[in-house]
Write a protein that binds this ligand. Structure first.
Ligand code: GLN
Length: 284
């Protein structure tokens, strides 16, 4: 079969589910990333054919896209803050909001810590996207990352060493069970689970059916449990000018600020590019 014939089939099969521009971008990602072809190859050679095995791959990808599986899981990778990350169903797919949080941390600390050694802790690291992009951009930082999921940590380790060539100390632990942190830190950061069960109806089926619920959902009655626990732990484990950064639930900005103030922090709330309350910096 010709690649162009397959492409027509691909477009037709997905046209009811996705906008045309997204279908085009899926198609090009698949042929570029997985088959090593370039867009230009298709434009120049209308008669382009590929092996049986490669067609099998494309058909399999098509049926997964029809089932609304995120393209990142099909490709097993994504980009975050200009870096490559492997993703599996054990890890959340890194979000652009989280890039904004990383950017905030870097803008505040890049100059200051360009030459000074600093310690950073990322709690609930998942793919390692926050820890790794900070380590990559703050070469003098010592970065530690915690996650409860053994499977996620395996991916985070691949992402650190094999994909991005940075050394990170990974620890398998449930933060809710910790009595203290391994040392003092200049920066503690976390993007913990924060979506309430009552918000499930707002979550798209591709997220709900594919991404790890362990990384996403919290009880309606206690949505700030991770924030409170981390804020309390951090209180005794931040250095003198240390800072605690959180990505937060957009609907709980006020509540999260109030809790942090009560624990004794001075806080600053920022919105993401969509205008939603999305991140907080806290200092002692
Ligand atoms: N921002 C993610 C979402 O949209 C949630 C991430 C989290 O729970 N930490 O689903």
């Amino acid at each position: 079969m010709l690649v162009s014939t397959f492409r027509n089939h691909f477009n037709k099969e997905l046209s009811e589910i996705y906008p045309a521009t997204e279908i085009d971008s899926f198609f090009f990602l698949l042929i570029e990333e997985e088959l090593g072809l370039q867009r230009i190859d298709l434009a120049l050679t209308t008669q382009l054919t590929i092996s049986e095995e490669k067609f099998k791959y494309l058909y399999n990808a098509l049926s997964r896209l029809k089932a609304q599986e995120p393209i990142q899981y099909i490709l097993r990778k994504t980009e975050f803050y200009g870096l490559q990350f492997n993703v599996t169903k054990d890890t959340l797919i890194p979000r652009p909001e989280t890039e904004e949080l990383v950017d905030w941390i870097l803008t505040e600390n890049k100059q200051l810590h360009a030459s000074k050694k600093i310690n950073i802790l990322d709690i609930g690291t998942g793919t390692g996207c926050i820890a790794i992009s900070l380590a990559k951009n703050l070469p003098n930082a010592n970065v530690t990352a915690i996650d409860i999921s053994k499977e996620a940590l395996l991916i985070a380790k691949e992402n650190a060493l094999a994909n991005n060539n940075v050394g990170i100390t990974f620890i398998e632990a449930d933060v809710l069970a910790l009595k203290s942190l391994p040392s003092k830190f200049d920066i503690i950061v976390s993007n913990p689970p924060y979506v309430r069960e009552l918000e499930k109806k707002e979550i798209k089926p591709n997220v709900l059916e594919n991404e790890p619920h362990l990384a996403l959902f919290v009880d309606d009655n206690n949505p700030l449990l991770f924030y409170k626990k981390i804020a309390e732990l951090a209180k005794n484990h931040l250095t003198t000018n240390g800072k605690l950064f959180f990505e937060i639930n957009q609907y709980l900005g006020k509540e999260t600020l109030a809790m942090l103030n009560e624990v004794g922090y001075t806080t600053e709330l920022r919105k993401d590019i969509f205008g939603n309350d999305r991140m907080i910096k806290s200092t002692c």
